[in-house]
Design a protein around this ligand. Sequence first.
Ligand code: SDX
Length: 434
Amino acid sequence: MTNSETKATLSFSDGSPALEMPIYKGSIGPDVIDIRKLYGSTGMFTYDPGFMSTAACNSSITYIDGDKGELLYRGYPIEQLAVNGGDFLETCFLLLNGELPTADQKKDFVATVTNHTMVHEQMQFFFRGFRRDAHPMSVLVGTVGALASFYHDSLDINDPHHREVSAIRLIAKMPTLVAMAYKYSIGQPFVYPRNDLSYSANFMHMMFSTPCEPYKTNEVLVRALDRILILHADHEQNASTSTVRLAGSSGANPFACIAAGIACLWGPAHGGANEAALSMLEEIGSVDNISHFIEQVKDKNSGVKLMGFGHRVYKNYDPRAKLMRETCYEVLQELGLQDDPLFKLAMALEKIALEDEYFVSRKLYPNVDFYSGIVQRALGIPTALFTGIFALARTVGWIAQWKEMISDPEQKIGRPRQLFVGSPKRDVPAIDKR
Ligand code: SDX
């Protein structure tokens, strides 16, 4: 971060003294105006609901250019990482440490993660408290938060070693907990992790194997899942990452912070959109119904949105959506489902929307969630678990951002202010006078 030559000057039409504010430059992307002195100098706050024009921190992890449709993890384009940049654990190492691992570093990292995939044997009893049809995200919020009760040896956030151990434990145990949530929902026994399998193969094994017969992973499907995890790993200061940072700014332990991130991701405007997008496609049913559906979307009173479309930052095609569509095609081909009606419906809907003025004028393009439901359904993942897979993948991004925040010397507890529009001070009347 460097000081720009240019300063920002805030002047007031009522003749109040102008305020000069420094402008900082990052390595790429928009500059920022440092408004930290604003309240002290003017007694006024900025007003920015939804933080449309607010940089809450400085970060070197993920960069998004919404106009170009560009996504970089530590400077590397997502297209290269997802297609020929190695597997999800390489991306995890990159996001956590800033550089891609050497072969030896990767070997050590994989071994460390692999040897932390089991959860405490007591964890299984938490699941029994849930209904079998509980939404998996409610189970994950509960069980991830509960991890803190087993790891009193790694809760001191000011100890770098504790931060490192917690990061590994969370990345390693999320697949186990997500698979346990699935097994519990279908009444099958939990499957223990296997150290002889890769991260994604192990997840597929814990999800779909049973004690009754050997389970053989399909390498094409494992690779597809691994790519889905890479595509969802991090995404700058999105709502759930900002939630993790805000929770972490109070000094809360990492398990509690990640549980908060999972809760935020659950929302249909955020990570819940993949589940909502698939339900939307099933509701549309056929290509013939697309035009009627699009009319409903354009009617503001309908409250209907084109789920999997639009983005706060991308005003161009989400690069992850392109890669997700390719992965979708590969998986459907491998499974002999290339004529999958939902995939064809999704592509027809995308084509129609991208040619429609309503979407073009609002720069609404497919986002990461538009195709992810179709490919996850083809992999055998139930719709209700789609957002759980998103949380599994995003855990490394949340943890990397949390670690960066904790070690940032500028870090302090996050505490936004408000524009108060309620009642001024008044006296309480006796009840017979109300
Ligand atoms: C994720 O932030 C991240 O990085 C998130 C994420 C990540 O990796 O962490 O990328 C993951 O959350 C992707 C987004 C998944 N959500 C959805 O697909 C849900 C559908 N999308 C919308 O809810 C919406 O596009 C948002 C929430 C994603 C973005 O909303 P914004 O930036 O607040 O935009 P907006 O609501 O101000 O919309 C601008 C206009 C409005 O119309 P006008 O008032 O100008 O007439 O576009 C319209 C909106 O009504 N609009 C849509 C729409 N999205 C926006 N209209 C129909 N369908 C949509 N999907």
